[in-house]
Ligand binder design. Sequence first.
Ligand code: SF4
Ligand code: SF4
Length: 392
Amino acid sequence: MPGMAFMILKISLLLDICMYFHLVLTDNCNLCCKYCRGKAFEDLEVSDGERTMVIDENLPVDLDFEIPLLYEFLKKDPAVTLTFYGGEPLLRADLIEQIVRESPVKRFMMQTNGLLLDRLPTEIVNRFTTLLVSLDGGRELTDANRGSNVYDRVMENIRKIRANGYTGELIARMTVTEDTDIVNTVRYLASNPDYSFSSIHWQIDANFTRDFALRRFTGWANRNYNPGIRTLVRSWVDHMETSGEVLRWYPFLDPMEDLLLEKTSRLRCGSGYANYSIMTDGHIGPCPIMIGMSRYYVGHISTTHPLELAQVPVSGECTDCHIRDFCGGRCLYSNITMPWGKDERQQVCGTVENLHDALLEALPRVKMLLDKGTISLGDFSHEKFNGCEIIP
Ligand code: SF4
Ligand code: SF4
């Protein structure tokens, strides 16, 4: 469309990709995490480089369309996976239960802060193939970011659902900031015998919502995060060597599988081509964070076929990046909103480059372990587009 800053490529059918939809049940949340809603209450200056985004102010806070419309839409794709999302989706536990019971969908996932997991009946919890539960590491850091006593309440719910027979994938999903010691935090979550997490994922709080000047990002990335990633990659491979187990640490697992298979990757979270989000009014956007960004909507559940959605590609500087095939563009939302100046972008992309180099360096050792039969390629297999952004 002339004059538009992005390009939408219309395609007919995505026959080779299973489709994933996030369903935004509510924009409300029962927490006010420092790096999320907490920022909304800080007095931050608007940077020059920030783009003005048109947000649909009329978007309902809670899901506000006829539920049968959703079923009609979803049943057109027999292989569809539905991920409940918010705000905090479990504030609408009633709707989750209804949709799990009634909809034609066979595979469900959810991203939750875990505090209200006890609101769902056991039989409903046990229908989920994947649950992503947000924690920021141990008790001290989690409670500092997310509120007092949050850690213990979440862990209690985790223990309960495991005791009640939940056998699906349980992913600890961390937001990492300058307060995170990445090595200690990942090791803590991976090794504590009390935990029942199957997998770990982390995402850097790097959208710098007008706050880069207030951050200590550069020093932290150089002194803690980047060297820490190299340490963790080495210990990840050490663990393969000594135990024959490939730990499910998503920022390593998914890219390493592709390096082994010599596959290039598109945007690893799938947003805009395999992973779309249904807004509270039924419109379909390319990413669950792009709530109300109507300019990028690709349809509505009442009128659009789930297998005929337009694609929203990553563009701009990512197009010519030398590690684009590894990174995939990291994040469509950031690619569109451009929350960084030049230096800030370099800092963020530097973390991707560091991850790329660390995994490439480890590749010969991993190949050797495969050759020896210590591990197998199947140990890297995992659900694509399960809510992990993959590139932190
Ligand atoms: S490293 Fe940065 S520039 Fe390169 S593809 Fe990723 S996000 Fe884009
Ligand atoms: S990585 Fe970016 S584009 Fe992908 S789901 Fe997260 S916010 Fe959206």
